[in-house]
Design a protein around this ligand. Structure first.
Ligand SMILES: Nc1ncnc2c1ncn2[C@@H]1O[C@H](COP(=O)(O)OP(=O)(O)OP(=O)(O)O)[C@@H](O)[C@H]1O
Length: 505
């Protein structure tokens, strides 16, 4: 599509786009005049090289002789996205062309999809550091309004509010936007689970806007650079494609609930619950909790049984490579059966494997999906969104590497505090995966039975009673909006042989 020229405050500016990028280029200017009006560049001199991905263009309008294009851009490579506008008048004789150009730009930027979405928005003013309300009003809502979205916004007033609303919601929304952390996503999914038409309700995609503490789902969908950026997450609401992900059925006695991210017991659960009063710290509170846990090294009193499908770390990593490169089809597990009202949900894969008991004493068990459980911990680096399996990481209390022999007796030594602290080094890129004392399984189901009256059990970041439970996988039941057909974070680590390996395309 040829370029058009607009006049912005006396400066003639060329607007053009290619299949991949959008460009704003002044054609005449006073040397070194500083301008920020496009958000793409600061100096006109740089402009020949400037451009934003076409995906970042959110609106293009022509009205009353004026062209206005809105897009998201960074002021530097590492900064967050911000809403920027290029606007200016066109000459009388160019008006028809300008109108057609705007339509063509919009068509290309949305690849034919409708920019004006019908959105249900949940804002949790309590999540994270309590900034959701202002972040939504100042950064997110302007992006939705620029594209003509219809917004049905609820500021949650109490814990459980989002669940109640999701349970009763109409099925007309294009997406459910969750302005909060992972806890509110958990609520929305459980509301959907109780919905009268839950099969259909589970197909409405959820899109997180990160304003909680860990924001793990947002990190897993958008990656480290964009995962904590509310504007990047808003762009995902407009441009993301539905990504089917496995969910988990968490059963305690006769109570079922949906878990979408993780279940933890032991140190990793304690650090979440015991740092609740440190919310003001953001996700640094998890680091404080971990250090506290390493000092006490409290054993986790629980009996675990797993339906193991894989426990070979190199093999699991190879499978991840293959999936991301598109060379492995979806696993041959059939989709979850439709959920009919009142029926227990069954796992498609859990009936095939044998139950195996994990006998060793442990410091913690962390089960779930999605590489990141927080910005500083890639706990499940080989997680695949829809492999029909749950990843389970178990930290043994004793190290298989460290033991002393005395006559016929072998005495194993506790994993040292030094090693546990060392595990923090590279934890954000999943290096802990290769630690010998970190046992890693892919399973179709697992059970845990507490062996002490007291302990901490956390599901998707929320504490639940410390009682026996079972988790089964619900293959591809969840739907999220995502820029990629897989979890974004790539696993780049030294493998067991010390070679650099990279998962990703
Ligand atoms: N108005 C409210 N007042 C108090 N609690 C609320 C309110 N609205 C929602 N909640 C509860 O707030 C809890 C925490 O929310 P959320 O998980 O979104 O933030 P977070 O815990 O800081 O982030 P993350 O889960 O990513 O670590 C949820 O359990 C939710 O039920």
């Amino acid at each position: 599509m040829p370029q058009i020229f607009i006049d912005t405050r006396g400066v003639s500016v060329s607007l053009r786009f290619t299949e991949t990028s959008f460009f704003v280029e002044p054609t005449k200017h006073n040397d070194h005049t500083i301008t920020c009006y496009t958000g793409i560049f600061n100096y006109f001199n740089d402009v020949q090289h400037a451009g934003v991905p076409l995906r970042s263009v959110i609106s293009a309008n022509f009205a009353s002789g004026t062209v206005e294009v809105q897009y998201l851009a960074r002021s530097s490579k590492t900064s967050s996205l911000a809403l920027a506008t290029a606007h200016g008048t066109v000459k009388e004789e160019d008006m028809t062309r300008a109108k057609e150009w705007c339509q063509a730009l919009l068509l290309a930027a949305y690849q034919g999809a409708n920019p004006s979405k019908n959105l249900k928005v949940f804002v949790n003013p309590f999540g994270g550091q309590g900034k959701a309300r202002t972040t939504y009003a100042s950064k997110v809502e302007p992006i939705f309004l620029a594209t003509g979205c219809t917004l049905d916004v609820t500021y949650t007033t109490h814990s459980g509010h989002a669940l109640e609303l999701a349970r009763e919601m109409k099925l007309e929304y294009d997406a459910l936007v969750v302005v909060s952390g992972d806890g509110l996503i958990h609520e929305v999914l459980n509301g959907i689970y109780q919905h009268q038409h839950r099969d259909k309700a589970f197909c409405i995609p959820i899109a997180p806007i990160p304003t909680g503490s860990a924001n793990a789902m947002s990190l897993n969908l958008l990656g480290l650079q964009d995962g904590l950026d509310p504007c990047a997450a808003a762009l995902n609401v407009l441009k993301g494609q539905p990504l089917k992900v496995d969910l988990f059925s968490f059963t305690q006695a006769n109570l079922h609930r949906i878990s979408f991210m993780s279940q933890s017991i032991g140190l990793m659960a304690d650090l979440d619950v015991e740092t609740e009063h440190l919310r003001w710290m953001g996700d640094t509170r998890f680091l404080v909790g971990y250090l506290r846990g390493v000092i006490t090294r409290k054993s986790c009193p629980v009996e675990l049984s797993l339906k193991v499908v894989d426990q070979d770390k190199s093999h699991m990593m190879d499978a991840l490579y293959a999936r991301r490169a598109g060379s492995l089809p979806n696993p041959s597990i059939s989709p979850s059966p439709p959920l009919s009202d009142g029926k227990k949900i069954d796992s498609p894969g859990s009936s095939h494997e044998e139950w195996t008991r994990f006998e060793k004493p442990i410091l913690w068990m962390f089960a779930g999906q999605g590489p990141f459980v927080g910005r500083s911990l890639m706990q499940f680096p080989v997680s695949v969104a829809d492999d029909g399996l749950i990843d389970i990481a178990i930290q043994e209390t004793v190290s298989r590497m460290w033991f002393v022999r005395f006559r016929d007796l072998t005495v194993y030594l506790k994993v040292s505090r030094r090693n546990l602290l060392r595990a923090m080094d590279g934890a954000e890129e999943g290096r802990v995966y290769w630690m010998n004392s970190n046992r890693y399984f892919k399973a179709s189901a697992y059970r845990a039975r507490p062996l002490a009256p007291k302990g901490t059990l956390v599901v998707d970041g929320e504490e639940v009673p410390f009682q026996e439970f079972q988790v089964d996988v619900l293959h591809r039941l969840g739907t999220f909006l995502s820029p990629y057909p897989y979890y974004e974070p790539a696993f780049t680590v030294l493998d067991a042989e010390g070679k650099t390996r990279r998962a990703g395309v």
